[in-house]
Ligand binder design. Structure first.
Ligand code: HPA
Length: 247
Protein backbone atom coordinates (compact mmCIF):
# COMPACT_ATOMS: atom_id res chain seq x y z
CA UNK A 1 0.00 0.00 0.00
CA UNK A 2 1.53 3.34 -1.01
CA UNK A 3 1.48 5.91 1.77
CA UNK A 4 1.88 9.67 1.70
CA UNK A 5 2.59 11.91 4.64
CA UNK A 6 1.33 15.47 4.34
CA UNK A 7 3.41 17.61 6.68
CA UNK A 8 1.94 20.73 8.25
CA UNK A 9 3.28 23.63 10.29
CA UNK A 10 6.39 22.42 12.11
CA UNK A 11 6.84 19.51 9.73
CA UNK A 12 7.92 20.97 6.39
CA UNK A 13 10.56 18.25 6.20
CA UNK A 14 10.66 14.84 7.74
CA UNK A 15 13.99 14.41 9.50
CA UNK A 16 15.41 11.00 8.64
CA UNK A 17 13.65 10.83 5.29
CA UNK A 18 16.13 9.55 2.72
CA UNK A 19 15.24 11.29 -0.55
CA UNK A 20 15.07 9.06 -3.63
CA UNK A 21 13.78 11.84 -5.88
CA UNK A 22 11.67 14.99 -5.83
CA UNK A 23 8.98 15.54 -8.40
CA UNK A 24 7.39 18.84 -9.35
CA UNK A 25 3.78 18.08 -10.22
CA UNK A 26 1.40 19.94 -12.47
CA UNK A 27 -2.28 19.03 -12.54
CA UNK A 28 -5.46 20.27 -14.22
CA UNK A 29 -5.85 22.35 -11.04
CA UNK A 30 -2.36 23.86 -11.00
CA UNK A 31 0.79 23.10 -9.05
CA UNK A 32 1.20 21.32 -5.74
CA UNK A 33 2.35 23.24 -2.64
CA UNK A 34 5.85 21.83 -3.07
CA UNK A 35 7.61 19.11 -5.06
CA UNK A 36 6.50 15.68 -3.90
CA UNK A 37 9.33 13.77 -2.30
CA UNK A 38 9.62 10.09 -2.97
CA UNK A 39 11.75 8.78 -0.16
CA UNK A 40 12.58 6.04 2.29
CA UNK A 41 11.70 6.44 5.96
CA UNK A 42 12.62 3.75 8.49
CA UNK A 43 13.16 1.36 5.57
CA UNK A 44 9.75 2.04 4.06
CA UNK A 45 9.23 3.86 0.77
CA UNK A 46 6.71 6.66 1.00
CA UNK A 47 5.80 10.05 -0.40
CA UNK A 48 6.05 13.32 1.49
CA UNK A 49 4.40 16.63 0.70
CA UNK A 50 4.88 19.88 2.63
CA UNK A 51 1.38 21.39 2.72
CA UNK A 52 2.48 24.99 3.22
CA UNK A 53 5.36 24.76 0.72
CA UNK A 54 8.95 23.78 1.37
CA UNK A 55 9.70 27.16 3.00
CA UNK A 56 6.35 27.36 4.86
CA UNK A 57 5.15 30.28 2.72
CA UNK A 58 1.59 29.30 1.69
CA UNK A 59 -1.17 30.30 4.14
CA UNK A 60 -4.01 27.81 4.80
CA UNK A 61 -6.60 29.53 2.57
CA UNK A 62 -4.15 29.71 -0.38
CA UNK A 63 -3.09 26.06 -0.39
CA UNK A 64 -3.93 24.30 -3.64
CA UNK A 65 -5.60 21.35 -1.92
CA UNK A 66 -6.97 19.99 -5.20
CA UNK A 67 -3.55 19.88 -6.87
CA UNK A 68 -2.03 18.27 -3.78
CA UNK A 69 -4.59 15.49 -3.52
CA UNK A 70 -4.86 14.93 -7.28
CA UNK A 71 -1.08 14.49 -7.56
CA UNK A 72 -0.94 11.98 -4.74
CA UNK A 73 -3.67 9.95 -6.42
CA UNK A 74 -1.76 10.13 -9.71
CA UNK A 75 1.32 8.79 -7.94
CA UNK A 76 -0.77 5.76 -6.84
CA UNK A 77 -1.05 6.75 -3.20
CA UNK A 78 -3.70 4.76 -1.37
CA UNK A 79 -3.41 6.13 2.15
CA UNK A 80 -2.51 9.49 3.63
CA UNK A 81 -1.42 10.49 7.11
CA UNK A 82 -2.03 14.21 7.40
CA UNK A 83 -0.09 16.00 10.12
CA UNK A 84 -1.70 19.17 11.45
CA UNK A 85 -1.02 21.72 14.13
CA UNK A 86 -4.12 22.62 16.14
CA UNK A 87 -5.36 24.73 19.01
CA UNK A 88 -6.98 22.91 21.91
CA UNK A 89 -10.58 23.55 22.93
CA UNK A 90 -11.20 20.46 25.08
CA UNK A 91 -9.97 20.97 28.66
CA UNK A 92 -8.18 17.57 28.67
CA UNK A 93 -6.13 18.37 25.57
CA UNK A 94 -2.90 20.24 26.24
CA UNK A 95 -0.03 21.69 24.19
CA UNK A 96 2.21 18.92 22.74
CA UNK A 97 -0.59 16.32 23.03
CA UNK A 98 -1.38 14.20 19.98
CA UNK A 99 -4.97 13.77 18.81
CA UNK A 100 -6.31 11.44 16.12
CA UNK A 101 -9.60 13.08 15.16
CA UNK A 102 -12.61 10.94 14.28
CA UNK A 103 -14.94 13.74 13.14
CA UNK A 104 -14.81 17.25 11.78
CA UNK A 105 -16.92 20.34 11.20
CA UNK A 106 -16.09 22.59 8.28
CA UNK A 107 -16.22 26.36 8.89
CA UNK A 108 -14.07 27.30 5.89
CA UNK A 109 -15.39 29.26 2.91
CA UNK A 110 -14.31 30.33 -0.56
CA UNK A 111 -11.87 27.46 -1.03
CA UNK A 112 -11.82 25.20 -4.10
CA UNK A 113 -13.29 22.28 -2.23
CA UNK A 114 -14.38 19.66 -4.76
CA UNK A 115 -13.34 17.80 -7.89
CA UNK A 116 -17.01 17.47 -8.82
CA UNK A 117 -17.53 21.01 -10.09
CA UNK A 118 -17.21 21.06 -13.87
CA UNK A 119 -17.83 18.78 -16.81
CA UNK A 120 -20.04 16.38 -14.90
CA UNK A 121 -22.21 13.81 -16.60
CA UNK A 122 -24.38 13.94 -13.47
CA UNK A 123 -24.40 15.67 -10.08
CA UNK A 124 -22.31 13.71 -7.57
CA UNK A 125 -22.64 13.55 -3.79
CA UNK A 126 -20.09 11.59 -1.79
CA UNK A 127 -20.83 10.00 1.58
CA UNK A 128 -18.83 11.91 4.17
CA UNK A 129 -20.50 10.63 7.38
CA UNK A 130 -17.13 9.37 8.58
CA UNK A 131 -14.49 11.72 7.18
CA UNK A 132 -11.47 9.79 8.42
CA UNK A 133 -10.32 6.28 7.51
CA UNK A 134 -11.13 4.14 10.55
CA UNK A 135 -8.58 1.38 9.88
CA UNK A 136 -5.73 3.88 9.59
CA UNK A 137 -6.92 5.70 12.73
CA UNK A 138 -6.87 2.39 14.61
CA UNK A 139 -3.38 1.57 13.37
CA UNK A 140 -2.06 4.94 14.53
CA UNK A 141 -3.72 4.52 17.92
CA UNK A 142 -2.22 1.04 18.29
CA UNK A 143 1.24 2.34 17.41
CA UNK A 144 0.89 5.03 20.09
CA UNK A 145 -0.27 2.50 22.69
CA UNK A 146 2.71 0.25 21.94
CA UNK A 147 5.02 3.20 22.50
CA UNK A 148 3.10 4.09 25.68
CA UNK A 149 2.74 7.48 24.05
CA UNK A 150 -0.28 9.23 25.55
CA UNK A 151 -2.67 10.09 22.76
CA UNK A 152 -6.30 11.16 22.35
CA UNK A 153 -7.76 8.50 20.07
CA UNK A 154 -10.71 10.63 19.09
CA UNK A 155 -11.77 14.22 18.81
CA UNK A 156 -13.81 16.52 16.63
CA UNK A 157 -11.74 18.88 14.48
CA UNK A 158 -13.04 22.34 13.61
CA UNK A 159 -11.64 23.58 10.28
CA UNK A 160 -11.57 27.38 10.34
CA UNK A 161 -10.71 29.75 7.52
CA UNK A 162 -7.71 31.63 8.93
CA UNK A 163 -5.21 32.96 8.52
CA UNK A 164 -6.22 34.90 11.61
CA UNK A 165 -6.77 32.96 14.80
CA UNK A 166 -10.28 32.80 16.27
CA UNK A 167 -11.97 35.11 18.75
CA UNK A 168 -12.72 33.76 22.23
CA UNK A 169 -16.45 33.85 21.38
CA UNK A 170 -15.85 31.84 18.20
CA UNK A 171 -14.02 29.22 20.25
CA UNK A 172 -16.94 29.09 22.70
CA UNK A 173 -19.25 28.51 19.75
CA UNK A 174 -17.02 25.75 18.39
CA UNK A 175 -17.11 24.10 21.81
CA UNK A 176 -20.92 24.28 21.89
CA UNK A 177 -20.87 22.68 18.45
CA UNK A 178 -18.91 19.76 19.93
CA UNK A 179 -15.45 20.58 18.61
CA UNK A 180 -12.35 19.58 20.61
CA UNK A 181 -9.54 20.98 18.46
CA UNK A 182 -9.27 23.74 15.88
CA UNK A 183 -7.05 24.07 12.82
CA UNK A 184 -7.10 25.73 9.40
CA UNK A 185 -6.08 23.01 6.93
CA UNK A 186 -8.23 19.94 7.63
CA UNK A 187 -10.76 21.00 5.01
CA UNK A 188 -11.19 20.63 2.12
CA UNK A 189 -8.24 18.21 2.35
CA UNK A 190 -10.23 15.40 4.00
CA UNK A 191 -13.19 15.75 1.62
CA UNK A 192 -11.00 15.80 -1.49
CA UNK A 193 -9.26 12.63 -0.29
CA UNK A 194 -12.68 11.03 0.14
CA UNK A 195 -13.74 12.13 -3.35
CA UNK A 196 -10.67 10.33 -4.73
CA UNK A 197 -11.35 7.22 -2.66
CA UNK A 198 -8.18 7.61 -0.58
CA UNK A 199 -7.84 6.32 2.98
CA UNK A 200 -7.12 9.52 4.93
CA UNK A 201 -6.38 9.96 8.64
CA UNK A 202 -4.97 12.89 10.51
CA UNK A 203 -2.58 13.13 13.40
CA UNK A 204 -2.92 16.50 15.09
CA UNK A 205 -0.44 18.00 17.47
CA UNK A 206 -1.70 20.60 19.92
CA UNK A 207 0.33 23.78 19.49
CA UNK A 208 -1.56 26.08 21.87
CA UNK A 209 -4.69 26.55 23.94
CA UNK A 210 -7.33 28.03 21.62
CA UNK A 211 -8.32 31.70 21.91
CA UNK A 212 -9.59 32.64 25.36
CA UNK A 213 -8.52 29.29 26.86
CA UNK A 214 -4.90 29.96 27.80
CA UNK A 215 -3.46 32.66 30.03
CA UNK A 216 -1.43 34.45 27.35
CA UNK A 217 -1.82 35.86 23.87
CA UNK A 218 -1.18 33.22 21.21
CA UNK A 219 2.06 33.90 19.35
CA UNK A 220 3.55 32.14 16.36
CA UNK A 221 6.85 31.92 18.21
CA UNK A 222 5.15 30.02 21.04
CA UNK A 223 3.34 27.76 18.59
CA UNK A 224 6.65 26.92 16.86
CA UNK A 225 8.37 26.24 20.16
CA UNK A 226 5.62 23.88 21.33
CA UNK A 227 5.44 22.15 17.99
CA UNK A 228 9.10 21.33 18.09
CA UNK A 229 8.47 18.82 20.89
CA UNK A 230 5.09 17.71 19.59
CA UNK A 231 6.55 16.88 16.20
CA UNK A 232 9.17 14.69 17.85
CA UNK A 233 6.28 12.56 19.16
CA UNK A 234 4.83 12.41 15.65
CA UNK A 235 8.15 11.11 14.33
CA UNK A 236 8.23 8.36 16.95
CA UNK A 237 4.63 7.49 16.18
CA UNK A 238 5.32 7.25 12.44
CA UNK A 239 8.34 5.03 13.07
CA UNK A 240 6.30 2.68 15.21
CA UNK A 241 3.43 2.68 12.75
CA UNK A 242 5.86 1.68 9.95
CA UNK A 243 7.32 -1.07 12.15
CA UNK A 244 3.78 -2.38 12.71
CA UNK A 245 2.91 -2.12 9.02
CA UNK A 246 6.02 -3.87 7.79
CA UNK A 247 6.44 -6.26 10.72
N1 HPA B 1 -6.65 27.99 15.73
C1 HPA B 1 -6.65 27.62 14.44
N2 HPA B 1 -5.63 26.98 13.88
C2 HPA B 1 -4.56 26.68 14.64
C3 HPA B 1 -4.49 27.05 15.99
C4 HPA B 1 -5.59 27.75 16.57
O1 HPA B 1 -5.61 28.09 17.75
N3 HPA B 1 -3.29 26.62 16.46
C5 HPA B 1 -2.65 26.01 15.42
N4 HPA B 1 -3.42 26.04 14.32
Amino acid sequence: MTTAIIGGTGLTDLVGLEIIHKRKMNTPFGETSSPIIHGRYCGQELLFLARHGAGHTIPPHKINYRANLWSLKELHVQQIIAIAAVGSIHPDMHPKDLVIPHQLIDYTYGREHTFFAEGLSEVTHIDFSHPYCESLRQQLSRAAQQLMLPIHTQGTYAATQGPRLETAAEINRLERDGCDIVGMTGMPEAALAKELGLCYASCAVVANYAAGRGSAEISLAEIRETLHEGIEKIRRLLEQWIALETG
